[in-house]
Ligand binder design. Structure first.
Ligand SMILES: Nc1ncnc2c1ncn2[C@@H]1O[C@H](COP(=O)(O)OP(=O)(O)OP(=O)(O)O)[C@@H](O)[C@H]1O
Ligand SMILES: [Mg+2]
Length: 460
């Protein structure tokens, strides 16, 4: 039931009069002409906001202006954008941008609007509607009890919240608060403002794509450089290794033969070993292709690699390889088998390092439809994917480590243990095979990598 509110005593005398007076126009008792004029104004504002958002600048620099245009046309108290983020595996939302009408208390610095776990905070309904692409709107008085306290704290009397999608991924929402009077949201207006949220989503999506492209180009350039450096470096190493052997031989023939196996000789050998590992990793990272992609079953490949994987993870780690999912046949994928082996070996070694006292490492292969679980399929096209899940129960990664884990040369293992090229090599191989890699991790609990490879042929 919607109340009709006219101008009554201003409950917030510090608010600027013009804004308060403006809200009078919102009253649903107003004439059809006034309603029509308002609808036109909103439509014009959405058009102007969309022009702003399509400018070739980072969307984050355009959004404030777009919110102002929308706020002034709708004559609400606040227009804002929230982004979905994950904190320790829990889906939360945080306010990122805000426009406020003059005199209205801004909420952008309100710590209560950062990292709000929607479900735990009593907003399951919102989360379900928004995720399904539906708006949430109405008079706060008509909202369920659980939703009111947080909204009332911000003095909101009626609200419209529109979901923002980046591609097929629910990215966040755009909200409109009316604090002075109850705004009656007409369907036409709700639909028009939906377009504003869609356009913002499109702007975000465009830029994510562009920055991903730039990232790929950067990595390719780095790969080319790594490959040429590794090649030259390898030649230098061969000379050092050869000369060291000769020198040892010469020492053997003298009174100082003990030096040929002395601590300095051992140090040289260890350094050579380390340097040759490094060049091998660099060459793997730059993906000098050794063979052609083939249509293969990942589960069969995994089983073939099992002895090598067992050896790599050592006796303390229990390795389990199995077919998971709903038991439907595994769709084959197109990948170069030695590159696939490199992917699983790198992931296995990382898991081993994360479980120094041992534990369980799972390789689980299944075939899934993109439409089965839209949440993990952001940016993926429809169709069938073969999913390789690699899960350990090790140390896990902090958000900081997680944010850098795939960067080339990023390592937390110290200079002489890790090169930091493992995961970037994995990502390079998976991307080249048309796949995607996702990771979730909790400190102290473990890490799960999900490698999605497009099905090469539909299984019978
Ligand atoms: N399964 C995992 N559990 C916890 N942390 C991980 C896991 N996998 C990767 N990491 C983190 O990501 C970082 C980067 O991993 P990456 O494989 O790229 O390099 P690295 O393992 O440090 O070095 P290299 O692979 O050359 O031995 C690691 O240093 C580690 O901090
Ligand atoms: Mg590694």
């Amino acid at each position: 039931m919607r109340r009709t509110i006219g101008v009554s005593a201003d409950p917030h005398p510090n608010r600027v009069g013009t804004h308060y007076a403006a809200t009078v126009d919102l009253s649903p008792t107003h004439s059809p002409e006034a309603k029509l004029a308002r609808r036109d104004a909103v439509l014009a504002a959405v058009t102007r906001a969309s022009e702003r958002l399509s400018e070739p600048q980072p969307w984050a620099t355009l959004v404030d202006e777009a919110l102002r245009i929308l706020g002034e046309a709708t004559r609400v108290s606040r227009v804002y954008v929230f982004e979905v983020d994950h904190r320790e595996g829990v889906e939360c939302v945080s306010q990122r941008f805000e426009w406020c009408a003059p005199g209205v208390t801004a909420q952008i610095d309100n710590p209560g609007l950062q990292g709000v776990p929607l479900e735990a905070a009593g907003y399951v309904r919102w989360s379900e509607l928004l995720r399904a692409g539906e708006p949430v709107f109405g008079d706060i008085e008509d909202f369920p009890e659980s939703e009111r306290p947080l909204l009332e704290l911000q003095e909101i009397r009626s609200i419209l919240v529109q979901p923002i999608f980046e591609g097929s991924r629910w990215w966040g929402f755009m909200g409109f608060d009316a604090c002075d009077a109850v705004q009656s949201w007409e369907r036409a207006e709700v639909d028009t403002l939906r377009i504003a949220a869609l356009l913002l989503g499109a702007a975000i999506h465009r830029q994510t794509r562009e920055s991903q492209m730039r990232e790929v180009q950067k990595l390719e350039a780095l790969g080319r450089m790594a490959s040429s450096v590794a090649h030259d470096f390898n030649n230098v190493l061969m000379v050092i290794a050869g000369a060291t052997e000769l020198l040892k031989g010469e020492l053997e023939a003298t009174d100082a033969r003990h030096l040929a196996e002395g601590p300095h000789a051992v140090m040289i050998d260890q350094a050579l070993e380390r340097a040759s590992t490094l060049t091998r990793r660099l060459l793997e990272f730059s993906r000098r292709r050794t063979g052609r992609p083939q249509v293969v079953c990942p589960l069969e490949l995994l089983r073939r690699e099992e002895p090598l994987l067992r050896q790599a993870v050592g006796p303390r780690v229990q390795l389990r390889i199995f077919q998971g999912g709903d038991g439907r046949p595994i769709a084959p994928v197109r990948i170069e088998p030695t590159e696939f082996a490199q992917v699983v070996l790198n992931l296995a070694v990382n898991a081993r390092d994360a479980m120094p006292t041992g534990g369980e490492l799972i390789f689980d292969v299944s075939t899934v439809d993109a439409s089965d679980s839209p949440a993990s399929f952001d940016l993926m096209t429809e169709g069938r994917w073969t999913l390789l899940r690699v899960a350990d129960c090790g140390d896990g990664m902090s958000p900081e480590v997680l944010a850098h884990a795939f960067e080339p040369f990023y390592t937390t293992k110290g200079r002489d243990r890790g090169t930091g090229l493992g995961l970037s090599t994995v990502q390079g191989i998976v991307t080249a095979a048309g796949g995607h890699i996702r990771v979730s991790s909790t400190v102290g609990r473990g890490t799960e990598f999900r490698v999605y490879l497009p099905a090469a042929i539909e299984p019978a």
